[in-house]
Each structure stands twice: as C-alpha cells, then as structure tokens.
Design a protein around this ligand. Structure first.
Ligand code: BYC
Length: 327
C-alpha cells in the first residue's frame, strides 16, 4: 500500500514538472522574460550560473591588462578615457555578479571559484598588453567582439541578464570607439606608430575571433542555450558578423588583417577566413596561456588587498542598520 502511494506521488510530481517545463518553454517561445522567482528547470539555472559568472569574471579580469597601462597612457586625455573604461568594466562585473545572485548563488562562492582557478574567464585576457597600441586593439577588437555577442544576449530569455546586457552594451560601444580611435591615430602617425598598430592587430586578431567561443561543432552548450534563448545565435554566426564588420574598418585605416586566406565571397556575401588554431584556444582555457598564472595571482592579490575596504563597508552598513533599528 505504502509503495503504491509513493509511486502515485512520484507520478504526480513528474506530471507537475512536465507541465511546468511546458509552460516555461511556451513563455520563452512567446518572447517573454523569465524572472528570478519564476519556475525554471535546474539545467537552465545551472547554465545561467555558469555562463553569467564566467562573464562577470571576464569583466574584472579584463581590468588587469588594461589597468596596467593607466600610468603609461601617452596623454592626460588618454589616461582619463582609459581610467573611465577600466572603471566601467568593474561596474559590469558588479551588475553581473548581482544578476547571478538572483539565481540563488553567493558571489563569495563565485569569486572563490575564480581565485582557485576552478572558474573560467574569457581566454582573451590571458594575452599580454605589450605596447600602447594593445590598448587600442583591445577596445577595437575585444570590445567589438564582445558587443557583437552581447547585443544578441540582450534579447535573451533571462530578465536580469538581458537587462544588464543593455546597459553594458551602451558602455562597450564607447569602449569600442575609443579603441578604434587610438588605432586610427597610430595608423595615421609616423611609420613606427603605424607599425606598432599593425603589430598589435597581428597579435590580437586571432585571439579576438577565438574569444567568441569554439566552432559550433565543438560547442557542447550551444544547443541547450539556444533552445532556451539564453544564447540567441551560435558562436560561428556571431564570429562571421564580427569579421564582416571589422575587415572594412581595418582597410579604412590602412591596416592589414593577419590572415592571408581571408577573402570576400561574392556568393555568400561574407568573408571566408583561414584556419583557426583551436588547439591554442583550448590550451589557453585549460590555464596554459601566456598570462593565466599572472592574472590569477593579480586577482588574488587584489582580493586580499581590498579586504579591509569591504570589511569597513560592511561594518559601516551594519552600524547604520543598528542605528535605524534603535531609532
Ligand atoms: N574563454 O559550449 P561553448 C569584455 C568555454 S568581457 C574561455 O561554446 P558557451 C571585456 C565554455 O565556457 C566579455 N572559455 O560555451 C572585459 C565551455 O566550457 P565549460 C566576455 C571559453 O558558454 C574587460 C567550453 O569552452 N563575454 O568584453 O555556449 C575589458 C565550450 O564552449 C570561451 C562573455 O563572457 C572563451 N572565450 O559559449 C574589455 C559573454 N569560449 O563552461 C572587454 C557571455 C568558450 O562548459 N558568454 N569557452 O567548462 C558567452 O556568450 C558564451 O559563454 C561564449 C561561449 C560565447 C563565450
């Protein structure tokens, strides 16, 4: 008898979950947003935590190679712009950690995963910034690729993530323009300056097109993410759009994309490109890129050195709360 009751109960639970999944998927198909208190399948929640936390980590790790150039920016104007950009990236990290917390996970845990090397962050930030032109290349190419991806993510199904994307993309557009303007200025400068810009393009081009994720045949998460409209387009589709948009920009300022196989295909209306070195990409995301160890150390140091500020802010907030409760 007990066995039958348990079985009936389980059947009811399965039916209930089936109905919830059906209405969840219908909501997404109709273009509605999923909000934190709505029912969602565990796999959707886990995928969002994975992707959004990697995104948040990328924003704050991305501050490191750029922050490295604040004291060496070539003029006061360039310094002020770069400072504002790096602060924007910190802000993006904050919106995104807050957005991930709506899924019931604490940012202390997420940061612990980053600092112990368990969590991924964007492959692109494991490359060094060797000259001032690299700051131009990051704004133009890295922020350019990020915008291409994130304007699609802004139409995604999870409310807090898609809304964060809207604001982030506005700021990334400014970052993209300042980077292109640095490259344009260098490309119009002396032959040494133009060479510096070309050298930065040579080093950042391939990592930038790789940062949009592995090719579709090597992307295990894409199908599920696209079915639930977390991702609106595949990695290769976004990469193609980024390449199509960027090549004319390089031509306009007289720089050469370092890919001798790149050519415009009249039939498809897109540029075809040379072979991407996916071995390098997978090696970098495994932790073996030129700067992985340095980035982790610098993040850990920043976390340790900033602890007193967080402790003081918490103590002040607690004091304020106590005073409010007492009055
Ligand atoms: N780097 O199944 P796939 C910025 C991993 S920062 C490292 O295609 P998915 C900026 C992937 O996680 C903007 N790992 O994955 C900041 C997965 O491993 P796990 C950064 C990567 O999630 C400061 C495995 O490879 N933007 O703009 O469907 C200064 C298989 O991949 C990467 C975002 O984070 C990578 N590049 O698609 C300046 C956007 N690519 O987790 C600028 C949000 C893949 O299964 N994220 N992997 O172990 C996304 O749109 C997607 O996560 C991706 C990858 C397109 C990146």
């Amino acid at each position: 008898m007990t066995f039958i009751i348990i079985k009936l109960h389980l059947n009811n639970l399965i039916m209930e979950e089936g109905k919830q999944l059906e209405s969840f998927e219908a909501k997404i198909a109709a273009g509605h947003k999923i909000e934190p208190k709505d029912w969602m399948p565990e796999a959707y929640r886990k995928q969002l935590i994975r992707m959004m936390s990697q995104h948040a980590h990328s924003e704050i790790v991305g501050m490191l190679p750029e922050g490295n150039w604040i004291t060496r920016a070539p003029s006061l104007r360039r310094k002020a712009i770069l400072l504002a950009k790096v602060q924007d990236e910190a802000g993006h990290g904050l919106y995104l950690y807050s957005a991930v917390e709506t899924l019931g996970v604490d940012r202390t845990e997420l940061l612990h995963q980053l600092h112990t090397g368990k969590a991924k962050y964007s492959s692109i930030f494991n490359y060094p910034t060797l000259t001032w032109a690299d700051i131009g290349a990051i704004g133009w190419l890295v922020d350019g690729a990020a915008i291409m991806n994130q304007t699609a993510l802004a139409r995604g199904s999870y409310g807090p993530y898609s809304r964060a994307m809207v604001r982030i993309c506005k700021e990334e557009s400014f970052h993209n323009r300042q980077g292109y303007e640095i490259m344009m200025t260098l490309a119009k400068g002396t032959s040494e300056q133009k060479q510096m810009a070309q050298d930065a393009l040579n080093r950042w081009w391939w990592p930038s097109i790789m940062m949009l994720g592995p090719s579709d045949d090597q992307s295990p998460n894409s199908d599920q993410l696209m079915r639930w409209k977390v991702k609106m387009e595949s990695n290769d589709a976004i990469r193609e759009r980024f390449i199509d948009r960027t090549i004319p920009q390089a031509e306009f300022i007289g720089l050469t994309i370092p890919d001798k196989d790149m050519k415009f295909d009249e039939k498809t209306g897109h540029y075809s490109h040379g072979k991407i070195n996916w071995d390098e990409f997978f090696d970098v995301i495994k932790g073996n890129g030129p700067c992985n160890a340095k980035r982790l150390k610098d993040r850990n140091d920043a976390d340790k050195n900033g602890r007193w500020v967080r402790d003081a802010a918490i103590a002040y907030a607690e004091k304020q709360l106590k005073e409010k409760q007492a009055s």
